[in-house]
Design a protein around this ligand. Structure first.
Ligand SMILES: [Fe+2]
Length: 372
């Protein structure tokens, strides 16, 4: 792409985002991103800004849709001492913010006072460790690797559940030093729109089989001969469309994960031969490599107080390495559900256990596991 066409593209995106401008906030392109928007509030007082949004909650949701599924709200350091503000932001995207005590998350990750917050920290009691550095650690051009399979760990949150959640909010209480611990985001809409017609037709009705991580069904686990865990019905893998239609925008997007969040025992693609050497694996590698091309990816280098909001229905993400032996990284996540689209109408929630059964019963301890 030439400099002039880049400029034209950026200006076009900036004009596209301006349609969301309102008295409470404006949207600007994110530097270095082909999708997403940075929010600038009119009032610097965060409580005033949230209260204004609560009076018109659809405005922020519409901003997320207009921005292609990614919003950056920088400088919200007040949330660290007032986590209720994160819940108030979360509720702008739907009435049901997940209570992680009732989902498939181990207890050491749940915030002790606010159970709607999942704590992703390399410190106790979470002890969630960063992923390994890619091999080699940089691309031939000296850039941070983003494209699968050089980069691993791409996923959409909790796709092992039906219906899956809608929106995740990810907040930096303590980020790792600049240039490490970035979060990568890839647009499923841009990736789908750039597919050729033959591929679109080939995948239109296919479904991926998504699995709970650390249950012995990942590509890595299958390669190493690990025995899959016996899972209770509410913990078992779930099928999801590879081409997902967004319930608000109506746009198609790729919806797929890789290694640890797909089922490599019976999948990863329903109806295609299974396992790491099967036709499903070949298609998954083809699609994920396309999905995560640098032109569809934004790498966010965190500052303290940054809030990133992403739409799990059309955006995937991946964590990156930081020096966990010498650095602290402390992040909070909330998840909002309730509008997965008509495909899921009337379905019972796959992840809810029968009365008296703990949701994580029989699952492996996730302490010291890698990735977010
Ligand atoms: Fe995630």
């Amino acid at each position: 792409m030439t400099l002039s066409s880049e400029t034209t593209g950026d200006q076009k995106w900036a004009r596209h985002l301006k349609r969301c401008d309102n008295p409470a906030f404006t949207l600007e392109p994110i530097t270095g991103a082909s999708f997403g928007a940075r929010i600038k509030f009119s009032d610097p007082d965060l409580t005033v800004a949230v209260t204004a949004l609560e009076a018109r909650p659809a405005q922020l949701e519409q901003a997320l849709i207009t921005a292609g599924g990614l919003l950056l709200l920088p400088g919200l350091t007040e949330i660290a001492s007032n986590p209720e503000l994160l819940l108030r932001f979360s509720r702008l995207f739907g009435p049901e913010v997940e209570d992680y005590r009732h989902t498939l998350s181990t207890r050491n990750l749940v915030h002790p006072d606010v159970p709607e917050i999942l704590v992703l920290s390399n410190q106790p009691p979470s002890n969630r460790q960063p992923p390994e550095r890619p091999d080699p650690p940089l691309t031939a051009d000296g850039e941070l690797p983003v494209q699968f399979p050089h980069r691993k760990g791409w996923h959409t949150d909790q796709s092992f559940r039906r219906p899956p959640p809608d929106v995740s909010l990810f907040y930096a209480v303590v980020p790792s030093p600049k240039g490490t611990g970035q979060t990568l985001y890839a647009s499923g809409t841009l990736a789908y729109d750039s597919l050729d017609d033959d591929t679109r037709q080939r995948i239109e009705s296919l479904q991926g089989i998504h699995a709970l991580p650390w249950t012995g069904r990942s590509e890595t686990a299958v390669h190493s001969g690990e025995a899959p865990l016996e899972l209770l019905p509410h913990q078992r893998p779930q099928k999801q469309p590879i081409v997902r239609i967004h319930p608000i925008s109506g746009q198609r997007a790729l919806y797929l994960c890789e290694d640890g969040q797909m089922d490599w025992v019976d999948g990863p693609i329903d109806g295609l031969s299974s396992g790491p050497s099967g036709d499903g694996a070949t298609l998954l590698y083809e699609l994920m490599s396309h999905f995560t091309q640098p032109e569809f990816v934004y790498a966010h280098d965190w500052d303290e107080g940054d809030l990133l909001i992403h739409d799990n229905r059309n955006v995937i993400h991946s964590a990156t390495w930081f020096d966990t032996d010498n650095q602290v990284r402390h992040m909070w996540r909330t998840t909002v559900m309730g509008n997965p689209g008509p495909l899921y109408d009337g379905e019972p929630r796959s992840w809810v256990p029968p009365p008296g059964v703990d949701s994580t019963e029989g699952l492996a301890d996730q302490t010291n596991e890698r990735g977010t």
